[in-house]
Design a protein around this ligand. Structure first.
Ligand SMILES: *Cc1c(COP(=O)(O)O)cnc(C)c1O
Length: 416
């Protein structure tokens, strides 16, 4: 990046420092990952210079000879990978993708039903601070108070009571696998459109390590940058009968020109996601999450639902007497980066909740396996059991850096 260095040393230096941070830390934020260099190259290409409002063959600008081919390739690869009837790869990110789905099916004031934010749902599933909660009559289902699991009886009761036009399944912080078949049945019972937001677990679906919602849902939205390991972006997969409504909602409904550089990088990432190596990655993510969960449990940590079946886990730190935010800051100082997170029925405030969320995607992408996950569990235990010990945090940070040096992260191989 010498041209960037010559033109803007401040930004160059900050990016270089971020590279070093990503190389030297154990990154456990469940929504983050490491994309490959080819994905970054497509993202940083001349495609950023292009405008292409519309869809392939129906553009409002000239010069689309190559852009159309790129977008069609991306769409074909997504269709093939997920077995989808129709695909739109233009949403700028996960939140606008969900907004487009609402525009396609709802009028202002219509009823939606999704998972409550403090129970692992997403802001865009009807939180009162989000446009999805302000413009629609948003209702929520909660997790079971005893088990921390989805309770389909209460979801059905809530749906029968509020009669949603759109039922949303999917989550940002739930460590188990939703039953998409039951969600389909509930949607049919109340005459709702079923949206599954697979932003978090799409990579596991692509790699065959998680059941697919695609056969059951009317519409599936997903980000492309989380477990799926593509560029920052999103896409919408739907049944053919909803194709026109979805496309119209994305453009011209809520967006203008698509980000063609992102589209190309999605195509690259989908090719990668179709490989055997990606299948191994997805299986290893689930294995790694389970090993870490088991280690934490053996060290006396309480995991919401008692474990994990996917890439993430939620740890309730109440019994350790350490609030989530304090734990997250101490761990960050020790080179272990994650986020504080509310646990279901959390008595503490969202900005200072009782838990932490841990995801296994990024560390798996850099090659960590069972042994390294045990190392992580032991270090988390040490830091939290002696949370004020700054010297200990420094010592662990240097051990973490040394371990990371043996596992060059994708896209950062030049630092190894
Ligand atoms: C991350 C996420 C989104 C939003 O994605 P952004 O790209 O951050 O807008 C939407 N839904 C779910 C379930 C998510 O986890």
């Amino acid at each position: 990046m010498k041209e960037l260095y010559n033109s803007d040393q401040e930004i160059h230096s900050l990016i270089k420092q971020e590279e070093l941070r990503q190389a030297a830390k154990i990154r456990l934020i469940a929504s983050e990952n490491y994309v490959s260099l080819p994905v970054m190259q497509a993202t940083g290409s001349v495609l950023t210079n292009k405008y292409s409002e519309g869809y392939a063959g129906k553009r409002y600008y000239e010069g689309q000879q190559l852009i159309d081919q790129i977008e069609l390739l991306a769409i074909e690869r997504v269709k093939e990978l997920f077995g989808a009837e129709h695909v739109n790869v233009q949403p700028y990110s996960g939140s606008p993708a969900n907004l487009a789905v609402y525009l396609a099916f709802l009028n202002a004031g219509d009823t939606i039903l999704g998972m409550a934010l403090p129970h692992g749902g997403h802001l865009t599933h009807g939180s009162h601070v989000s446009i999805s909660g302000k413009y629609f009559d948003a209702h929520h289902y909660s997790l079971d108070k005893e088990t921390g699991l989805l309770n389909y009886d209460t979801i059905r009761e809530t749906a029968l009571a509020c009669k949603p036009k759109l039922l949303i399944a999917g989550h940002s912080a739930y460590p188990r696998i939703p039953d998409f078949k039951i969600f389909r049945e509930i949607a049919d019972e109340v005459g709702a459109i079923l949206l599954v937001d697979m932003a978090h677990f799409a990579g596991l679906v692509a790699g065959g390590a998680h059941p697919s919602p695609v056969p059951y849902a009317d519409v599936v939205t997903t980000t492309t940058h989380k477990s799926l390991r593509g560029p920052r972006g999103a896409m919408i997969l739907c049944k053919e009968k909803h194709a026109a409504a979805i496309d119209k909602a994305v453009f011209p409904g809520i967006q203008g020109g698509p980000h063609d550089s992102t589209t190309a990088a999605i195509a690259v990432a989908m090719k990668e996601a179709s490989s055997d190596a990606f299948k191994s990655y997805a299986a290893q993510v689930v294995k790694n999450a389970r090993v870490l969960a088991d280690n934490l449990i053996s060290n006396g940590f309480q995991l919401v639902t008692g474990g994990t079946d996917n890439h993430l886990m939620l740890v309730d730190l109440t019994n350790k007497g350490v609030p989530g935010k304090k734990a997250a800051k101490a761990l960050d100082a020790a080179g272990i980066v994650l986020n504080y997170n509310a646990v279901p029925f959390d008595p503490r405030k969202p900005f200072d909740p009782s838990g932490i969320r841990i995801g296994a995607c990024a560390v798996t992408s850099r090659g960590f396996s069972e042994k390294e996950m045990v190392f992580i569990g032991e270090k988390i235990n040490s830091v939290i059991n002696d949370v004020e010990n700054v010297e200990l945090q420094k010592k662990i940070a240097s051990e973490v850096k040394e371990l990371c040096g043996n596992f060059p992260a994708p896209g950062l191989e030049h630092l190894a």
